[in-house]
Write a protein that binds this ligand. Structure first.
Ligand SMILES: C[S@@+](CC[C@H](N)C(=O)[O-])C[C@H]1O[C@@H](n2cnc3c(N)ncnc32)[C@H](O)[C@@H]1O
Length: 288
């Protein structure tokens, strides 16, 4: 080892020591400040409650762990019910069907997303128990998100109809982000059997399917989850005027895709209502 190398080595050691001391005192400093507000031990013990689809994890207590909230208790039970249906193979998630899929983990990780779905419906149908509720979903796939929307109607004991729009076949379009050759309408129908008499399945390509489908005149809740800019724009153009005042639009792709976000921002900018963007990437528009 040359003299210069020896000196550099020594310096590096000193720096490391200094850094570890600094790190330690910085940690102590943070602990002193924050321990007034948080019980760190408890915080670290808690299981991470959201990490789905590239989102950061959080250790905060999720709303469905609040045992005093009846609606949240119902939501939690709906999550557990879904997991058991998947185990019994009465609910198939073909979009996640690959070797060794851990369905419980997927469903748990998506709980915040489904919580927003469930709650956006509760918001849309609040105080509307006497009227018939109409839900619309554009982009149904296996029926995962609409399951939580329909559960919210069930919770409120509302009379409701769900109008479901999807091609349920491969979409031969280069502009699309995903292909869906694995989808099968019959699988979705079986998955949603428990709501069957309240559902209208409109199979076909958006926007063409709107010409022939059984469409509602009045809508309380619209969910757009198409992963397609053109189809998102067409769905907004076709359904917006049918949404009642107090009705809700939910967008699954808002935070994930710039072009879709621009389409939605552009569409709602002159509309009366209020928009909230969630960390899950979803956006909720409450129409005034
Ligand atoms: C992301 S998936 C929907 C996922 C679903 N909401 C869930 O999480 O349970 C998108 C769906 O949109 C459908 N889709 C995309 N573009 C469409 C179009 N132009 N017409 C009809 N369906 C379309 C696809 O077939 C696919 O099922």
């Amino acid at each position: 080892m040359s003299e210069i190398e020896r000196i550099l080595n020594l310096k590096e050691k000193k720096n490391k020591n200094l850094l570890s001391k600094l790190n330690l005192s910085f940690k102590n400093f943070l602990l002193k400040i924050f321990s007034k507000h948080y019980d760190f031990k408890e915080f670290h013990k808690r299981k991470k409650t959201f990490s789905g689809w590239g989102l950061t994890t959080t250790g905060t207590i999720p709303p469905w762990e609040n045992k005093n909230d009846d609606e949240m208790f119902f939501f939690k039970n709906s999550v557990e019910k879904l997991k058991s249906l998947i185990k019994q193979k009465t609910f198939r998630l073909t979009q996640f069907e690959y070797k060794d899929t851990n369905y419980d983990k997927i469903i748990d990780e998506l709980s915040w997303r489904h919580y927003v779905v469930f709650n956006s419906v509760l918001l849309a149908i609040k105080d509307k128990t006497s009227n018939k509720i109409n839900l619309v979903e554009c982009g149904v796939c296996d029926g995962l998100t609409i399951y939580f929307a329909l559960k919210a109607c069930e919770k409120r004991s509302s009379s409701y109809t769900g109008y479901l729009y999807d091609a349920w076949e491969n979409l031969k379009n280069d502009k699309l982000r995903f292909q869906y050759s694995y989808l099968d309408l019959e699988v979705t129908k079986k998955n949603l059997k428990m709501f069957y008499e309240n559902l209208v399945f409109n199979k076909g390509f958006i926007p063409k399917v709107f010409d022939t489908a059984k469409n509602p005149d009045r809508i309380n809740w619209l969910h757009v989850d198409l992963n397609s800019n053109e189809a998102t724009q067409s769905s907004l153009n076709f359904f917006y005027n049918k949404i009642t005042s107090g009705g809700v639009m939910l967008f699954d792709d808002y935070g994930g895709f710039h072009e879709t976000r621009n389409i939605i921002d552009d569409f709602i900018k002159d509309k009366k209502g209020h928009f909230i963007n969630y960390p899950t990437g979803q956006g909720v528009f409450l129409k005034f």
